[in-house]
Structure formats: structure tokens, C-alpha cells
Unconditional design. Structure first.
Length: 264
């Protein structure tokens, strides 16, 4: 276990160093969350009414949740690129833990998402968002976001080891992540969604993550009705349950795929 942690830390350090050496990575980490905050705050901020609250404060938790989920694609694209370049074969030839490469890759994404969250928080303060809860509640909200993003990185690790080329990653992840983050309460209250979309949004783990973060930040509008669905009533527990379940299921699968993957 100690050797696995040491090897995974080495791989994670290698991936984090890329931030300073590959400008394109830094642009994605910095520009995308900043663009989302400014775009939604100023384009939709005046057109969507949130009774008893500010749309900008309602919005930020949703953008946090969307960004950390999309940020997990770093794992998929990074692993797909390593496979294509033959680095995975080189890693397998080294005397290192078989799960260290994938574990290091997912761990480094936590650093990427932490940078994104810091930038989004600063941008949120600039457009009028404020943390209304306690400091402890805010820390819990940030930790929940990072843990959920870490768990989702294991799903993306499996995808990165399965796709035939890195170019496929964006298309493959968009098909899954776009509906997952938009059929939710990320940008509008789930009560406003029509028909079957409302229960789908209420049971969507991205919705419960967003709701839990809003509650911890104290950004839930005053006139928001009490949730009627079990997931939203237990948003923190439901989100943590999903995060743990994703790790339990996809971490062993990703490790097995790593052992079977060769240069493409």
C-alpha cells in the first residue's frame, strides 16, 4: 500500500507539472470556469427570476458542480493520450504498482479542479455571489465538490482507456455529461422542468450535489419550497453515496483496463 501511494504520488506530480509546461492546459483550467461564471451571470442573470433570492447566488453552485464534472475529462484525455504515445506500455514495464498510474492520474485532476474552483469563487465574488453560511459549511461544500469530481474521474479513466484515440474523448464525454449537467437544478430550479424531466432532475446526482452545495453556502432562495423527493431531502448523503459507489465500481475496472491496454 505504501509503495502504491508513493508511485501514485509520483505520477500525480508528473501530471500537475504539465500545468506549467503546457499552456493549453492552463488556459482550459482558467478560462473555461471564468467564462461560464461571466456568461451565465450576465446573459441569464437578468432574464431568470428566482423568487426570494438572487439568480447569481443561485447560479454559482450549479456552475461549480458542472465544472468539476466536466473537469474529470482531464483524466480521460490524459490517459488516452498516454496510451496513444506508448507511455502506458513503458509504465507497465517499470517496477511499480499496477494501479498507481490510474490513481495518480485521478488524483492530479483534484488539483486541476481545485484551481478551477478557486478561480470560479473569485469570479463569483466579482459578480455579486457571497457565502452566506459559516466557514465550516463552506469548507464542507468545497470538499464535497472535490470528492465528487475525484470519484467521477474514475469513470473518465475507464473511458480514456477504452476510446480508440484522444480526439474521441470530447465527443464521447459530451454525449454523457451535457444531459447530466443540464437536466438538473444547476441553472434553473428542478420544479420548473416539465413532465418526466422533473423526476429525472431530482434523482440526478448532479442536482443533489448542487443542492447540497447551495445549502452549505447559504445560497438557497428564501422562498424555495421544501424538496419532496428523497434525494434532495438527503442531498449530502445521496451525493456522497454516489461518489463512493462510483469509486467502488470504476476503480477496479480502470485498473483492469490499464493492465489490458496497449499502444494504439
Amino acid at each position: 500500500m505504501i509503495s502504491m501511494i508513493r508511485d501514485a504520488t509520483t505520477i500525480a506530480r508528473r501530471n500537475v507539472i504539465r500545468i506549467s509546461r503546457v499552456p493549453e492546459v492552463m488556459v482550459f483550467v482558467v478560462i473555461q470556469p471564468l467564462m461560464f461564471v461571466l456568461l451565465f451571470a450576465y446573459v441569464f442573470g437578468g432574464s431568470i427570476d428566482i423568487p426570494g433570492g438572487s439568480y447569481r447566488e443561485f447560479l454559482i453552485a450549479g456552475i461549480f458542480a458542472q465544472t468539476v464534472v466536466f473537469g474529470a475529462t482531464f483524466t480521460a484525455s490524459g490517459l488516452a493520450e498516454d496510451v496513444q504515445k506508448g507511455l502506458i506500455n513503458r509504465f507497465r514495464s517499470l517496477p511499480m504498482s499496477r494501479s498507481a498510474v490510474v490513481a495518480g492520474r485521478t488524483a492530479s485532476d483534484v488539483v486541476y479542479n481545485l484551481l478551477s474552483i478557486i478561480i470560479m469563487s473569485l469570479a463569483g465574488f466579482a459578480v455579486g455571489w457571497r457565502i452566506r453560511g459559516s466557514i465550516l459549511d463552506a469548507v464542507v461544500a468545497y470538499l464535497l465538490l472535490l470528492f465528487f469530481s475525484y470519484s467521477f474521474s474514475w469513470v473518465m479513466a475507464c473511458l480514456g482507456l477504452l476510446v480508440p484515440a484522444p480526439e474521441v474523448v470530447n465527443n464521447a464525454t459530451f454525449i454523457v455529461l451535457f444531459p447530466l449537467t443540464f437536466i438538473a437544478n444547476t441553472f434553473v430550479p428542478s420544479d420548473s422542468l416539465p413532465g418526466i424531466l422533473k423526476p429525472i432532475a431530482e434523482w440526478n446526482p448532479v442536482s443533489t450535489l448542487t443542492h447540497a452545495v447551495r445549502v452549505r453556502f447559504g445560497n438557497l432562495p428564501a422562498e424555495t419550497p421544501e424538496p419532496t423527493s428523497w434525494p434532495l431531502q438527503n442531498a449530502m448523503l445521496y451525493s456522497l453515496g454516489w461518489a463512493i459507489l462510483l469509486i467502488v465500481i470504476f476503480a477496479p475496472i480502470a485498473t483492469r483496463l490499464y493492465q489490458r491496454t496497449g499502444k494504439r
